[in-house]
Design a binder for this molecule. Structure first.
Ligand SMILES: O=C(O)CCC(=O)C(=O)O
Ligand SMILES: [Fe+2]
Length: 299
């Protein structure tokens, strides 16, 4: 039987192969699911949240030292579009050197560095596992995403009584392949759009992680997997912190569907392009909710 939590599919990663069918459905229908029984220790998740919360409390001039490595991968201060929102970025989160640079820029302590590195490794391992299982759920080999780079985006929403009912982050899709989100375990606000165009609130479920599929998942799967639109609403006058880890796409090669996913009934939907080309297209066109995919349709 399908299991959901408040409308969001639940995938128990310790229960494969039984979960393949649920996973495939979640990827094709909502493009979002909650992961239970992953191997990331709760203490590591809690410690990571404490570390990033203290980084947000640093003075602005230090936060701004978090430089971008690829377009848009550095610190985002509150802006006129999202005045309640700020975020750190780290590319590539699975690289010790990149973690080291990020931590030096922000004057992180050795113990904070250790937490960021351990958490990144654990999340990366889970990403590889989920990426492989997604491919296997449609009968394909799970080896394709092993070398793909990943990025952190660490988000803080500075909600106040005056901002309740407003938007913390505008509707968007994630540009990469899949996102593992440690959402705030106490403060809700994330909403995902279902295929009827209605927003469904994603309520926190402490200890679990949320997976969202992005635009690269739609391209790679030739439209079979759904890139879920989502936004963050301010529901409570309190600070909300979330940690997003994005598995982006191949580093240099073009993203193309495996030949098994292209046939007469499923003609190729998108022209082959690299993740970086697509990321730039999204940034220059400011099309943030998956509309940029229309610009790379092959028919
Ligand atoms: O804060 C959240 O729950 C979602 C953040 C998000 O959508 C993102 O970082 O892309
Ligand atoms: Fe997102």
């Amino acid at each position: 039987m399908d299991k959901t939590y408040q409308g969001i599919p639940i995938i128990d990663v310790s229960d494969f192969p039984r979960q393949y069918e649920n996973l495939r459905k979640a990827c094709e229908e909502l493009g979002c699911f909650r992961v239970l029984n992953h191997k990331i220790p709760l203490e590591l998740m809690q410690e990571m949240k404490r570390v990033v919360t203290s980084l947000f409390d640093l003075p602005m001039e230090i936060k701004k030292r978090n430089e971008e490595v690829i377009a848009g991968s550095g610190y985002w201060p509150p802006s006129s579009i999202n005045p309640l929102y700020e975020a750190f970025g780290l590319y590539d989160m699975a690289s010790s050197l990149a973690v080291h640079n990020f931590c030096s820029q922000l004057d992180a302590t050795p113990s904070q560095r250790d937490t960021i590195e351990k958490y990144g490794q654990a999340i990366h391992e889970l990403m590889m596992d989920i990426g492989a299982k997604m491919a296997e759920s449609v009968g394909l080999d799970g080896d394709y995403c092993k070398e793909w780079p990943c990025q952190y985006r660490i988000n803080r929403y500075n909600f106040t009584p005056q901002t309740v009912g407003t938007t913390g982050v505008q509707i968007h899709t994630d540009s990469g392949f899949l996102t593992i989100l440690q959402d705030d375990e106490n403060v809700g606000g994330l909403e995902v759009m279902n295929k009827c165009g209605e927003f469904v609130a994603v309520d926190p479920l402490p200890g679990s992680l949320l997976v969202n599929l992005g635009d690269m998942a739609a391209v790679w799967s030739n439209g079979r997997f759904h890139n879920v639109k989502h936004r963050v609403q301010c529901k409570e006058a309190t600070t909300r912190v979330s940690i997003a880890a994005f598995l982006l796409g191949p580093k240099e090669a073009a993203v193309e569907p495996p030949p098994e996913l292209v046939d007469l009934n499923h003609p190729r939907l998108y022209v082959p392009l690299t993740y970086e080309e697509y990321r730039k297209l999204r940034l220059t066109t400011k099309l943030q909710a998956g509309e940029a995919l229309q610009l790379v349709r092959s028919q």
